[in-house]
Ligand binder design. Structure first.
Ligand SMILES: [Zn+2]
Length: 283
């Protein structure tokens, strides 16, 4: 192996692994809260679009709810993260383009759609585009847009997907959380992603968690619908105020952890509520 290549490889391996935003449990909770405020018409439209998606059968198999339409809606919200490990898709600039699925505009993983910070990303512009497609696009464009919109509305409410302290959205800021086994070192970004609970949360355990979230104060209706800029700015204000502990490598104390958990819960609650109202308007 040539020296420069080896150096590059070491550098790449040392990069923090790409962040996924709220884990699967977080996205399911947001989608579930959205479903609760959706009108029967919006639910029917969403279900009809998801049934025509090439991955409908996978979602159907994975879901564990009594109402499969609801269960599929929850699983579809995680699709944008699932394709990161899916060999039918490829990374721009790295992988070789793969054959297109029927109706898809391309097979890119679009990692830069999930965030927006000083270094790049386009979550806000992309959300606006997807909303437009959901109303005015062809049938195929709508089918492609819906799972993305479900996902990115969640991501934009995760503060560290909208910036950080020049540390790739907290991916280079390390903390030790007392709640995690052996106080293992982890990134601040990962800590926030996992506040919604274990990734596999479904069925009865998910329902218990939703009952808790429902009791939290909802965002006022005035701020609930389609205001992408505002969602982004709220997330950024949280970064400035309360997302970071005082010190790098700090063991997070109980009061920090309680505050972060409460803040994350409020963001999930707001994202769900807003997504639901937005879909009522778009569908
Ligand atoms: Zn994401």
């Amino acid at each position: 192996m040539s020296k420069p290549f080896f150096a590059l490889l070491v550098f790449l391996l040392a990069l923090p692994s790409a962040s996924h935003a709220w884990n699967a449990a977080g996205h399911r909770q947001i989608a579930a809260l959205a479903w609760e405020v959706m009108t029967p018409v919006a639910r029917r439209q969403a279900t009809a679009l998801l049934r025509q998606h090439p991955d409908y059968a996978r979602w159907r198999e994975r879901q564990q709810e009594n109402d499969p339409d609801y269960g599929v809606f929850l699983e579809a919200s995680i699709w944008a993260d699932d394709i990161r490990g899916d060999r039918r898709f490829y990374d721009e600039g790295k992988g070789v383009p793969t054959p297109r699925l029927p109706g898809f505009p391309d097979m890119r993983r679009h990692g830069d759609w999930h965030y927006r910070d000083r270094g790049g990303g386009e979550i806000d512009a992309r959300l606006a585009r997807l909303a437009h497609d959901l109303v005015f696009g062809t049938r195929a464009a709508k089918i492609y847009a819906l799972p993305w919109l479900l996902h990115l509305t969640g991501d934009i409410h995760q503060p560290l997907h909208t910036g950080g302290r020049n540390d790739r959205g907290g991916n280079r800021f390390y903390v030790r959380a007392p709640s995690v086994k052996r106080k293992k070192r982890q990134t601040l970004h990962g800590y926030w992603d996992n506040l919604p609970g274990p990734s596999g949360l479904r069925g009865a355990a998910l329902a218990r968690r939703l009952a808790f979230l429902r009791r939290l104060p909802p965002p006022s209706s005035a701020e609930a619908v389609g205001d992408i800029r505002r969602w982004l700015e709220e997330s950024r204000a949280l970064i400035a105020r309360e997302v970071y502990p005082k010190k790098h490598d700090a063991i997070l104390d109980a009061s920090f952890h309680r505050r972060a958990q409460y803040r994350a819960d409020l963001r999930l609650r707001a994202a769900g509520q807003r997504l639901g109202h937005w879909l009522n308007y778009l569908l």
